[in-house]
Design a protein around this ligand. Structure first.
Ligand code: G4P
Length: 537
């Protein structure tokens, strides 16, 4: 007689969900996000030597044409999802674009994450882009693990950085490891949980994992002398102020377990990856649009958080990235698109590593599935099997820059419109129209480079060369019909509508806007980093 194994937590689905960790890395460009990503893959055994990801990215760049902008500028515009196993956990690492101009894209990616790793360069601390991305994490209430990177070279006093994190972004760091040695002579870390010294040995170019030796305190004192006693002194100070990991405030995004290391030499990378698995949360039931949790064990449901067109120019297709929120996804299942009630066949489902796809047969909560040729799907769409559910739509950033856009040749008008629709749906730029009748669309963006990508793609992908003209608008507010009616007669003001019906009021002068706000406190002039969309009509 065979006895079926008893699975902790009940069903296989509960077990699979419990071993998922889905997170993203946020950092200012150059802080070490790409290096760290590679090293995670190295420590998980997904690559034998670091360097494979860059090589893949290189191949992808060589193959893709519109992404030549990325190549020219050496920036990462598109995001990818990496999945690997580590200590019997399935880790989904969502990559976010490094450039600040694409922070709205990052915001959407973070909608699919359960946690984030914030990488800081120990010489620089909190930088512009870190701050902006952090705001996005806070808006999403994501738990954050902090990594102080590049301790192998001269940097600032890490204690000073703790203060900076707390003061500048109001996140309380709780160090788990603390460096032993000084920048330039980085020996290893004290693990504050055990009081032991983790000593590393460098490997050539950091291509392979750094051998680690766990050294008991007495021997550490004998062998490391001054370095060890200094590290212990700081740890005593940290104990005194109670800077210890606190799961509750970590999960609510108020405190952040902090690790010190060097992604380049692999020092501290394993401890960080362990923390992703041990500290960051497994997928939890998502709240639907009415605020009710959808149990993980319910029928399949997922949300589209990103649309990526033409990852492979040979196919010119569209991939919708779906985060699985409940149930088991099986390739080939027919699901319902909540916004339209239409059914959608998932015959072409892929897991995507850079542009390399492999067919995926099943996925569990926390996983990301790429649905190929998903022309009907939009960002924020909910898909479900059987029992209906609709997740709250993903908010858009308030655009900060505006430009009118025209097709250079009227004979390409159809291609131009088609291109604009596609770019709007993908969230490359927001395409705004004038409900008052002016037919020239206005593009709204958070960063200048979004305009460049839009114009490049309209020309090369849709065959419509365009002319972008700057507009004089300096400030924007979300508004409603009543206020819009009042504002139409106001000088230096323009009302534009987003595709989802949201009305935006644009102002040429900040001063004028401030006056309107003080003269008419009852008017609807909302200012926010993100703007919740209206329900789709
Ligand atoms: P990003 O994705 O956040 O933009 O950063 P990336 O990993 O590309 O790292 C930026 C630079 O910082 C790279 O150097 C990288 O090697 C270096 N770096 C990353 N982590 C560490 C670290 O722990 N210590 C030191 N000393 N350097 C680190 P590069 O010269 O710009 O590129 P490469 O030629 O090394 O690839």
């Amino acid at each position: 007689m065979t006895i079926a194994p008893v699975v902790a937590g009940g069903t296989e689905l509960a077990r699979e969900a419990a071993r998922r960790r889905t997170f993203a890395i946020i950092s200012h460009p150059d802080a070490g996000k790409t290096t760290l990503t590679e090293k995670f893959l190295l420590y998980a055994g997904a690559v034998a030597e670091a360097g494979a990801v860059k090589a893949r990215v290189g191949r992808r760049r060589a193959r893709s044409d519109w992404m030549e902008m990325e190549q020219e500028r050496g920036i990462s515009i598109t995001s990818t999802v990496l999945q690997f196993t580590y200590r019997d956990h399935v880790v989904n690492l969502l990559d976010t674009p490094g450039h600040r101009d694409f922070s709205e894209d990052t915001y959407r990616v973070l909608a699919a994450a359960d946690a984030a790793v914030m990488v800081l360069d120990v010489a620089k601390g909190i930088e512009d882009q870190t701050r902006k991305l952090f705001e996005v994490c806070r808006a999403r209430e994501l738990p954050i693990i902090t990594f102080l990177n590049k301790y192998d070279r001269p940097g600032r006093d890490p204690l000073e950085l703790l203060d900076e994190i707390e003061e500048q972004i109001k996140l309380r760091p709780t160090p788990v490891t603390w460096p032993v040695g000084i920048p330039g002579d980085f020996r290893g870390v004290v693990d504050r949980r055990t009081g032991t010294f983790v000593r590393y040995t460098r490997t050539v170019g950091g291509l392979t994992t750094a051998p680690e030796e766990i050294v008991e305190p007495d021997r550490a004192a004998a062998e490391e002398g001054e370095h060890w006693s200094q590290a212990l002194e700081t740890c005593a100070l940290l104990d005194e102020i109670g800077a210890d990991v606190d799961p509750k405030s970590f999960l609510s995004g108020e405190s952040s377990p902090l690790f010190v290391g060097s992604a380049l030499t692999n020092f501290g990378v394993r401890q960080l990856l362990d923390a992703v698995v041990d500290l960051s949360p497994a997928p939890a039931p998502r709240l639907d649009a009415d605020g009710a949790p959808r149990p993980l064990g319910a029928d399949f449901s997922g949300q589209v958080f990103k649309i990526q067109a033409n990852m492979d120019p040979a196919h010119r297709d569209r991939v919708a990235f779906v985060r699985v929120c409940s149930g088991r996804f099986e390739r080939g299942m027919t699901v319902t698109q909540a916004s339209t009630g239409r059914s959608f066949a998932t015959k072409y489902a892929a897991s995507v590593l850079a542009s390399e796809r492999s067919t995926i047969d099943e996925a569990f909560p926390g996983d990301v599935v790429g649905l190929v040729n998903a022309g009907e799907l939009r960002i924020g769409d909910t898909l479900y099997d059987d029992t209906p559910v609709s997740y709250p739509r993903i908010a858009s950033f308030s655009p900060e820059l505006f430009a009118s856009v025209r097709a250079r040749s009227t004979s390409r008008y159809k291609q131009f419109r088609r291109g604009l629709d596609a770019l709007d749906e993908e969230g490359v730029v927001q395409v705004l129209s004038d409900p008052g009748g002016d037919l020239t669309p206005v593009l709204g963006a958070v960063g200048q480079m979004q305009f460049e990508v839009a114009s490049h793609r309209l020309e090369h992908e849709f065959g419509a060369e365009v002319e972008l003209s700057p507009t004089p608008y300096r400030a924007v507010r979300r508004t409603d019909e009543t206020t819009a009616a009042q504002l139409r007669s106001s000088p230096g003001t323009r009302i534009l509508a987003r595709r989802d019906g949201t009305l935006l009021a644009l102002f040429e002068s900040e001063y004028w806007l401030a006056r309107l706000e003080s003269d008419h406190p009852d008017w609807c002039l909302e200012r926010s980093l993100v703007q919740e969309p209206l329900a789709r009509k």
